[in-house]
Structure formats: structure tokens, C-alpha cells
Design a protein around this ligand. Structure first.
Ligand code: ATP
Length: 246
């Protein structure tokens, strides 16, 4: 039996008090991959930023590991960063859309500087999942390919010992072939380590192929949710969720 490690209920999220996401419900179980789908601007990144504590929630509940971790009200940027860092230490780890890497630091530097917890696997275990990175230890992140940068971003997140790993657009700027190789690595993280993975992804078919469940957002509202296999059968409806106003 798996248990939900992240439960979001009625989440209202946005900027400066203006809601972008309206009453979102989702949950992620241990060892499960859930994908958040939707067109540009649907509110996917806003959702992840709010779950990770970087943005205050305007309403609703975010329960991680059984406790309510939603940040409400106006929170100054520094305090928000400290709160998010605390959540990350407790295992709610976010790989942001910009990958959070430092161009002048090498792969080895990034791995060395990642804050470990008592849940953290060893660096060798992490590199076993990304053998390409082993060869690139001395290379500066700014010189890595987009796919290698994503591997490094995910490797760092794994070193932090996540229980929930949120990855925002792994595929951003990458060729479909590279995405096709990277997404199964996240599936393996869920299967092998029992990590709950919450993925934001634009490549609908590829994402549904590795996910257990999917949630489709349109203009900040859930318009479809269910087992990935079922949504694959309703691909036309899913893709319609990316278009127009209907
Ligand atoms: P994409 O796939 O393009 O990243 P998304 O679904 O992740 O899309 P969000 O980034 O969550 O969408 O953006 C949702 C809406 O919130 C957009 O209309 C965007 O313009 C707006 N938005 C994003 N960041 C801010 C901000 N800092 N201040 C105000 N509005 C913002």
C-alpha cells in the first residue's frame, strides 16, 4: 500500500493577491509519478512554486507528510526562501524551471555544495543513475548541454534526499529524443526509491507514458484528472485542453 505524501486541497495561488490557480486538488503518493499538464500560462509553475513555499498560498491546504505547510499572507522574499529551504531539507524538493545551476561551477562543485540530509543517498549512488555526469565532473555547468544540465539539476535534487520531487519542465529547450531518455529516469527514481514525483511537462504523450496519474489545468482550473492510461485513451480531449477558450 502506498500513502499520499503530498496532498493539495482547494489551492488558490497567484501573485500580489491576484489568483491564477483556482481551487486545485491533487495528491502524490510514495513511489508515484503525477504529471501536471496544461498550456503555457495555465498555472503549472505557479502551483509548484506555491507548494514549495516560495509563493504564499492565497487559499486552500498543502499537506506534506501529514502537516499543513501552506504559507499564507504576505511573506517577504527572504523569509519565503528560508521556509522553502526548510521544506526542502524535510524532503519536499523542487527543481525549478531555470534549473538553479551556476554557470561557473563545475558538476563536482554542484554535487559537493548540495546540502545533504540523513535521507541522502551517496554521490556514487546518484551518479550511477546518471553515468554521463561522472565523465563530466570537471566541466562547468554553463558548458553542459541542456540535457546534461537537467541531469545535474535532478542529480542535485536526489542528493538532497527527497520524499517528494517536483520537477518543472524537464524538457524545456530539449530535443524530444533527449526528453524521451530523461523522463524514464524520473520514473526509475519513483520506482526504486519510493519518491513521489510531481512533474510539470509540455510533452503530453511522453509524460503520460511515464506517469501514473495526470492532472490537466486550464486557466488555473482542473479540467481533467485521472489515471495516465485513461488520459492517454482520451488524448484528443487532453490536447483540446491546450487550445482556445472552450
Ligand atoms: P508555462 O508552461 O508557460 O511555464 P505555466 O502553466 O507554468 O506556463 P505559470 O508560469 O504558472 O504558467 O503562469 C501562470 C500565469 O501567471 C501567467 O499568466 C503568467 O503571466 C502569470 N505570472 C507568472 N509569474 C508571475 C509573476 N511573477 N507576477 C505576476 N504574474 C505572473
Amino acid at each position: 500500500m502506498t500513502a499520499p505524501v503530498l496532498v493539495v486541497r482547494g489551492l488558490v495561488a497567484g501573485y500580489g493577491g491576484v489568483p491564477i490557480v483556482h481551487g486545485l486538488d491533487l495528491h502524490v503518493d510514495e513511489g508515484e509519478v503525477v504529471v501536471l499538464l496544461g498550456a503555457n500560462g495555465a498555472g503549472k509553475s505557479t502551483t509548484l512554486l506555491t507548494i514549495s513555499g516560495l509563493l504564499p498560498a492565497l487559499g486552500g491546504e498543502i499537506r506534506y507528510d501529514g502537516r499543513d505547510v501552506a504559507v499564507s499572507g504576505r511573506r517577504r522574499r527572504r523569509r519565503a526562501a528560508a521556509h522553502a529551504a526548510g521544506l526542502a531539507r524535510s524532503g519536499l524538493v523542487h527543481v525549478p524551471e531555470d534549473r538553479g545551476l551556476f554557470a561557473d561551477l563545475t558538476v563536482a562543485d554542484h554535487l559537493r555544495l548540495t546540502r545533504r540530509t540523513d535521507r541522502s543517498p551517496s554521490e556514487a549512488e546518484v551518479l550511477d543513475r546518471f553515468p554521463a555526469l561522472r565523465e563530466l565532473r570537471g566541466r562547468r555547468a554553463g558548458l553542459l548541454s541542456g540535457g546534461e544540465q537537467q541531469m545535474l539539476a535532478v542529480a542535485r535534487a536526489l542528493l538532497a534526499g527527497p520524499r517528494v520531487l517536483m520537477v518543472d519542465e524537464l524538457s524545456l529547450g530539449l530535443a524530444p529524443m533527449v526528453v524521451d531518455a530523461l523522463l524514464p529516469m524520473l520514473r526509475a527514481v519513483a520506482d526504486d526509491l519510493g519518491v513521489g514525483v510531481l512533474l510539470v511537462e509540455q510533452h503530453v504523450r511522453m509524460a503520460l507514458a511515464v506517469a501514473d496519474r495526470a492532472v490537466l489545468l486550464r486557466r488555473g482550473r482542473v479540467v481533467l484528472a485521472g489515471a495516465a492510461a485513461e488520459l492517454t485513451d482520451q488524448l484528443a480531449a487532453v490536447e483540446a485542453g491546450y487550445l482556445g477558450d472552450a
